[in-house]
Design a protein around this ligand. Structure first.
Ligand code: NDP
Ligand code: 8X3
Length: 254
């Protein structure tokens, strides 16, 4: 949509998967990009790629761990006006019963998916409020709506994202700021490689026999949501592959 041309879009977790695909799709729409993730080398490569394909846009990269609140605040001070924030950085560690989840795995998920999203939002929302414009798009998950066994902390972290998104709708009701939550089902990214600590056969088995979504499928919905007229807010969206009906119910071709 031409509405996104020249807009400044901040994407967290832009080094891979959904976030990287969002960067490509917003670039296509003519937006300037602020790309954040821990793996700066990947962001630099992406920036080169995007700038060679789209001469009119500006791309900035930020090595940023969203868990580090002070670093998020300091980095955000250099962002300039953010028109659209895509809170996408997130991860899952393991697939275990609650009593077997390590403190480290629990902290990593909650610190990234919940506290990290809050850190970035706290750094960006005051500016949006002062300008009375802006759009925050949170990447939740079907897992935040339907808990599944061996997913307690991840599902809980995404349920928190849903609650935070809904609370923000109230807190910005008297402003022009939009808050949207996009909840993907199964998307083939590096998500399962991270979940299973690089075990490729375990990661591949998640997608066996299904045609999952890919990052582009979610990026298209994110750009669509961001591109609506200013008086339109798509508050919530659930996006499944065609052969998925619930968090853990997918049809696999035999
Ligand atoms: P990927 O693993 O491909 O991408 C995750 C991104 O998050 C990476 O760019 C990673 O960058 C970034 N990230 C992780 N930890 C941090 C951190 N501490 N600080 C900054 N960035 C961080 O997975 P997806 O693209 O699938 O995941 C994106 C979002 O989508 C997540 O929030 C996930 O929960 C959600 N989601 C995914 C689904 C799926 O099936 N794949 C389904 C529903 C929701 P780096 O490592 O460089 O920091
Ligand atoms: C990720 C999707 O498979 O863990 O949010 O429910 S899943």
């Amino acid at each position: 949509s031409s509405r996104l041309r020249g807009k400044n879009v901040l994407i967290t977790g832009a080094s891979s998967g959904i976030g990287e695909a969002c960067a490509r799709h917003f670039a296509q729409a003519g937006s300037n990009l602020l790309l954040a993730a821990r793996r700066k080398d990947r962001l630099e490569k992406l920036k080169k790629d995007l700038e060679s394909q789209h001469s009119q846009i500006k791309v900035s990269t930020f090595e940023l761990d969203v868990r580090n609140r002070a670093k998020v605040q300091a980095t955000a001070a250099t962002f300039g006006d953010v028109d659209v924030l895509v809170n996408n950085a997130g991860l899952v560690i393991g697939l275990e019963k609650l009593e077997d989840i390590t403190e480290e795995a629990m902290d990593t998920m909650i610190d990234t998916n919940v506290k990290g999203l809050v850190h970035v939002t706290q750094a960006v929302l005051p500016g949006m409020r002062a300008r009375d414009r802006g759009h925050i798009i949170n990447i939740g998950s079907v897992a935040g709506q339907q808990a599944y066994g061996n997913g307690s902390i991840y599902c809980g972290s995404k349920a928190a994202v849903a609650s935070i998104s809904k609370a923000l709708l109230f807190e910005t009701i008297d402003t022009a700021i939009r808050i949207s939550e996009i909840n993907p089902g199964m998307v083939e990214t590096e998500f399962s490689m991270v979940r299973f600590k690089g075990d490729k056969s375990k990661a591949d088995s998640v997608y066996k026999g299904v045609h999952p979504l890919d990052g582009n499928d979610i990026a298209e919905t994110v750009v669509f949501v961001a591109g609506r007229p200013e008086h339109v807010n798509i508050a919530e969206m659930l996006v499944f592959p065609t052969n998925q009906a619930a968090a853990t119910t997918v049809y696999r071709k035999p």
